[in-house]
Design a protein around this ligand. Structure first.
Ligand code: PGA
Length: 261
């Protein structure tokens, strides 16, 4: 069975003091959860100190972006080895806000995934359609393209730890969650595609998270879907009580699922 992951994407929120306070609360509130992967992704300026605070905890650290060169004259960018040295295990790649505001494309996503894995980080690769694309009936085509192009040129062994997050752009920060059926349809398609591109085992083992207005009161219906393996949480990850509620519900549902199997 795939162990679920709940990852918090703090985006451009929390200065260092706020970050340490939130990290401390999440550590305290989630210390006894042992069957869900917990990841927090603070802004780059917080990584080092938060990383220190998370040592010997059940929470992993992630960055929100990386550059694909290890070093050089790339003002403002942060490389994989730099991120790794703060204690990060994960890095979010190709978030829709990066694609929309910072010109990221499937090609840059592909380069960043290569750099991340080469440098020992686990990418959380984000894909998802805009409202216009959904309304034009292009959801499947768009997401298929993003997954295929983002993972082009890699073999399944190279991608063994990769995590995928399906985040419909129209559901991010809008309060509009995809219905469990809408999400499941795309998750199932991603898994079928992974089987075609790689293998059945690879597809069965791959964690595919859902993201877009996940809250304590909708995580349960989403997690009940067969192909949803956790969540990438934005707004609700900025407060310990809502984030740890989501973690605890996921943990409980996973325990029940395990008992049934
Ligand atoms: P949201 O953000 O939960 O605030 O919709 C999700 C994300 O952007 O990863």
């Amino acid at each position: 069975m795939r162990t679920p992951i709940i990852a918090g994407n703090w985006k451009m929120y929390k200065d260092i003091n706020e970050a340490l306070e939130l990290t401390n609360s999440i550590k305290r509130d989630a210390y006894n959860v042992d069957n869900v992967g917990i990841v927090i992704c603070p802004p780059a300026t917080d990584l080092s100190d938060v990383g220190e605070m998370l040592m010997e905890s059940n929470i992993d650290l992630g960055a929100q972006n990386c550059y694909w060169e290890n070093e050089g004259a790339f003002t403002g960018e942060v490389s994989v080895p730099m991120i790794k040295s703060t204690g990060c295990k994960y890095v979010i790649i190709g978030h829709s806000e990066r694609r929309k505001y910072f010109g990221e494309t499937d090609e840059t996503v592909n380069k960043k995934i290569k750099a991340a894995i080469d440098g020992g980080l686990i990418p959380i690769m984000c894909v998802g359609e805009t409202l216009g694309q959904r309304e034009a009936g292009k959801t499947i085509e768009v997401v298929k393209g993003q997954v295929t192009e983002g993972l082009k040129g890699f073999d399944e062994n190279f991608l063994k730890d990769l995590v995928i997050a399906y985040e419909p752009v129209w559901a991010i920060g809008t309060g509009k969650t995809a219905t469990p059926d809408q999400a499941q349809e795309v998750h199932a398609m991603i898994r079928t595609l992974l089987e075609k591109l790689f293998s059945k085992t690879f597809a069965e083992e791959k964690r595919v998270l859902y993201g877009g207005s996940v809250k304590p009161d909708n995580i349960n219906v989403l997690m009940e879907e067969k192909d949803i393996d956790g969540g990438l949480i934005g707004g609700a990850s900025l407060k310990s009580d809502s984030f740890t509620d989501i973690i605890k519900t996921t943990s409980e549902l996973y325990r029940v699922k395990q008992e049934k199997n």
